[in-house]
Ligand binder design. Structure first.
Ligand SMILES: NC(=O)c1ccc[n+]([C@@H]2O[C@H](COP(=O)([O-])OP(=O)(O)OC[C@H]3O[C@@H](n4cnc5c(N)ncnc54)[C@H](O)[C@@H]3O)[C@@H](O)[C@H]2O)c1
Length: 323
C-alpha cells in the first residue's frame, strides 16, 4: 500500500457496508487511524466487529442526514472516504425522496462538515449509473446521457456539489465512478442485492436464479480490492486531480449469462436460470474506459472476473451462507 504519514486519520462514512468495511480493513492493516460513521441501515455490525478492539478504530453510529453528527465526525480527520449512501437503482424508483435525503442532503452535509473542519481531501463514491442512457462504449468521463433513475440523479448531483466545493471553497474532492463492485462482505440477502452476491446466495441454497432480461446484458464487474486501491491512490493523488471524477472499473465486459454459468461451475451446481422481464432503469451494456484513472491516479486493477469470482465464492462458502 502507498504510504501516508504516521497517525494519518481517515473517516470512512458507510464503513460498516460492503466497500467501506473493505477499505477500513486495509487501512487498519497498515496501522492508520480510522473512524467509521454509519447508521447501520444497509451495513452490518458484523462487518466491523473484528475491528472493535483495535485502538486505532472508532465507530460512530450516526446518520449523515444530521449535520451536527457530520461536523463532530470530521474533527481531526485528514482524509474522508465518503461511501455512505443508499444504493440500488430499482429501489430508488420506488423511494425517490429517501434517495434525495440520504444521497444528496447527506453528501452535502459531509462536504460542508469536511470543509468546516479543514479535512485535507474528500474522496467520494459516485456511480457508473451517471452515464444514463448513453450507448457509447466504453463509457468515458464527459460523455454522459440522460439519467435513468433517481439514484443516478443523486450521484450526479453529488459530483456537481463536490466539484463546486473544490472550485468555490477550495475543498479538495475526487469522485470515483464505481462500476459494479463485488467481493467479500457484500449484502447477499436483500431483494435489492447486487447480482453477484444474490446469484451466489441462491445457488448455494439450491434456489433458482432469476435473470432480468435475456442474460445478454453486460457489466464491467470490479473486484473490491481494486476499488480500495483506487481510494487510496486518490487520497495521495496530485492536486491536479482535485475537483475531478474518474471511472473505477476493471475495464472489461461480462454478460449476466457468462456470470451465472461461471458461478454455477464454481459451486458445482446444475440449476438452470429463469429469465424474467428487463428491469426499469437498467442500462443494457456497461464497460468503462479507465485510461484517465490509470494516467492520473496510477490506478491499475489486478483482479479479473475469473479470479475475483473464485475469491468471492470461496469467501461466501466460508463465511456467510449456511445452506
Ligand atoms: N457496490 C457497487 O457496485 C457500487 C457501484 C457504484 C457505486 N457504489 C457506491 O459505493 C458506496 C458504497 O456502496 P456499497 O456497495 O458498499 O453499499 P452498502 O449498502 O454495503 O454500504 C453503504 C453503507 O452506508 C450506510 N448508510 C446508508 N445510509 C446512511 C446514512 N443516512 N447515514 C450513515 N450511513 C448510512 C449503510 O448502513 C451502509 O453501511 C455507495 O455510495 C454506493 O452508492 C457502489
Amino acid at each position: 500500500m502507498k504510504k501516508f504519514l504516521k497517525h494519518t486519520h481517515f473517516l470512512v462514512t458507510g464503513g460498516a457496508g460492503f466497500i467501506g468495511s473493505n477499505l477500513v480493513e486495509e487501512l487498519l492493516k497498515n496501522n492508520y487511524r480510522v473512524t467509521v460513521l454509519d447508521n447501520l441501515s444497509t451495513g452490518k455490525i458484523e462487518n466491523i466487529k473484528p475491528f472493535m478492539d483495535n485502538p486505532n478504530f472508532k465507530f460512530i453510529k450516526g446518520d449523515i442526514r444530521n449535520l451536527d453528527v457530520c461536523l463532530k465526525a470530521c474533527e481531526n480527520i485528514d482524509y474522508l472516504l465518503h461511501q455512505a449512501a443508499i444504493g440500488s437503482v430499482s429501489r430508488s424508483l420506488e423511494e425517490p425522496i429517501l434517495y434525495n435525503d440520504i444521497n444528496i442532503n447527506g453528501t452535502l452535509n459531509i462536504m460542508y462538515a469536511a470543509q468546516n473542519k479543514k479535512v485535507k481531501k474528500v474522496v467520494y463514491a459516485s456511480s457508473s449509473s451517471v452515464y444514463g442512457d448513453t450507448e457509447t462504449l466504453p463509457k468515458i468521463e464527459g460523455n454522459e446521457g440522460q439519467l435513468l433513475s433517481p439514484y443516478a440523479l443523486t450521484k450526479k448531483v453529488d459530483e456537481m456539489y463536490a466539484s463546486m466545493f473544490y472550485e468555490i471553497y477550495k475543498l479538495p474532492t475526487i469522485g470515483l465512478r464505481y462500476f459494479n463492485v463485488y467481493g467479500p462482505k457484500q449484502n447477499e440477502k436483500s431483494i435489492y442485492s447486487a447480482v453477484i452476491p444474490s446469484f451466489i446466495n441462491k445457488l448455494i441454497n439450491n434456489e433458482q436464479v432469476t435473470i432480468n432480461g435475456d442474460g445478454e446484458s453486460s457489466r464491467d464487474f470490479t473486484y473490491v480490492s481494486d476499488v480500495v486501491k483506487a481510494n487510496i491512490n486518490a487520497c495521495l493523488a496530485s492536486s491536479k486531480c482535485n475537483g475531478k471524477i474518474y471511472n473505477i472499473a476493471y475495464g472489461d465486459q461480462t454478460t449476466l449469462n457468462d456470470l451465472y454459468y461461471n458461478i454455477r461451475a464454481l459451486l458445482k451446481k446444475e440449476l438452470k436460470p429463469i429469465y424474467g422481464p428487463f428491469r426499469k432503469g437498467d442500462i443494457r451494456h456497461s464497460k468503462a474506459d479507465i485510461s484517465k484513472a490509470k494516467k492520473e491516479l496510477d490506478y491499475r486493477p489486478t483482479t479479473n472476473i475469473s479470479l475475483g469470482l473464485e475469491k468471492t465464492v470461496n469467501w461466501y462458502l466460508q463465511n456467510q451462507i449456511k445452506p
